[in-house]
Design a protein around this ligand. Sequence first.
Ligand SMILES: Nc1ncnc2c1ncn2[C@@H]1O[C@H](COP(=O)(O)OP(=O)(O)O)[C@@H](O)[C@H]1O
Ligand SMILES: [Mg+2]
Length: 426
Amino acid sequence: MFKDSESGVKALARLSTLVNSSLDLMEVLDNAMKYVEVLMDAEASSIFEVDYERDELVFRLARGKEGDKAREVRLSMDEGIAGYVAHDGEPLLVADVSKDKRFTSRVDEYTGFKTRSIACVPIKHKGRLIGVLEVLNKRGGAFEEEDLEVLTVVSNQIGIAMENARLYQRLQEEFTLTAEELKKAQQKIIQGERLAALGRLSQGVAHEVRNPVMSIGGFARRLKQKFSRDDPSYNYAEIILKEAARLEKMVRDVENYTKMREPEFREVNLKKLIELAVGEWRQEKTSPDIQVNLDIADEETTFPGDEDLLSLALKNLLQNAGDAMTDPGEVSISAHPQGRQIFIKVADTGRGISPEDIPQIFDPFFTSKTQGSGLGLTTVQRIVIEHNGEISVKSTPGQGAEFQILLPLYPDDMQLSEFEVLGNKE
Ligand SMILES: Nc1ncnc2c1ncn2[C@@H]1O[C@H](COP(=O)(O)OP(=O)(O)O)[C@@H](O)[C@H]1O
Ligand SMILES: [Mg+2]
């Protein structure tokens, strides 16, 4: 039955090395089937893969004159000889397709190829059907039982190759993902460490500064009362008072920042969260000429988070947006699930942020405001990071700034420790 002078066993052994020697599946399959065609003196061959999601057979490989065209066709799971074998699970010989009702001429009609005879076997891996292998049109006569035996051995090898390639691809995908995640995790750790160190330092400084500043403020107030308004010393005392008040605020901000608690994860309703933050900000904000546009997901969207902290973060963004606007302006907030994440956007029409400032705005104490502590965005970033999320910023100076926050939508995507916290709280 073999056209080659090689013995069947040797041929199969060679095929086996071929199949295992490369992880590039298409190359493997093509080489294997080319070899099988020579071995059986056949005109063409195809490998179908089962698409379990759509319940269809798709061409993984179609060798022969119109192979490329054939690949555009999909068969339903019980269509044609391949479909029959997929269903039946047993090898099948069809000596003359024109006499077999199971045969579908759909592929031939599409490609112009003329199928006469078929030897077809299922491709299984560990008992699970993963595809079907077909060899078409034996030149020297009819396919025989022996051909099916050889094909069965070949299909086992191909099954392993297909499964390996699938696993390898998955591994690769997972690996790339891990490398990316690793980078992100690393950045988060570095950022986290930096913030923790700075937090300890500023807590120490704040503690030392707190009492003297209070005394300076207190005595300046008393001094001020001693001078009449036209006395230049009255102004000096007032300046001391103002500066002391600024320092006191700074100390308060630092203490608030360093005392900020860890998030406690509960189910947070996205819409309620945004409304809460906007509501609180509206109560506090000083400039009235800001139009707020809300574009929020449906009522039901929930995700794991700490409502108070997240609302504080959003309020900080809103405060900054308000501070950035001198003329009447707009703040637009949108919040939606996006894939496995929640995407929150806070955009304003304020003065924007210059490109040189962008890398620093999240740094503690970076501020362009006379009354600013520069801890607002640091706080926002910390809260987002502690929620295993990400924050980024875009800005066109003169036109506005846009802060984007991504948070995990599902508890499964939180870090394990956070997930445990979530579990404990339930
Ligand atoms: N929406 C915004 N538009 C323009 N500049 C912004 C905006 N948000 C933040 N910034 C810039 O980032 C700096 C740091 O912000 P933040 O950390 O909140 O501190 P602070 O508000 O106390 O200055 C601000 O001083 C400002 O220069
Ligand atoms: Mg701020």
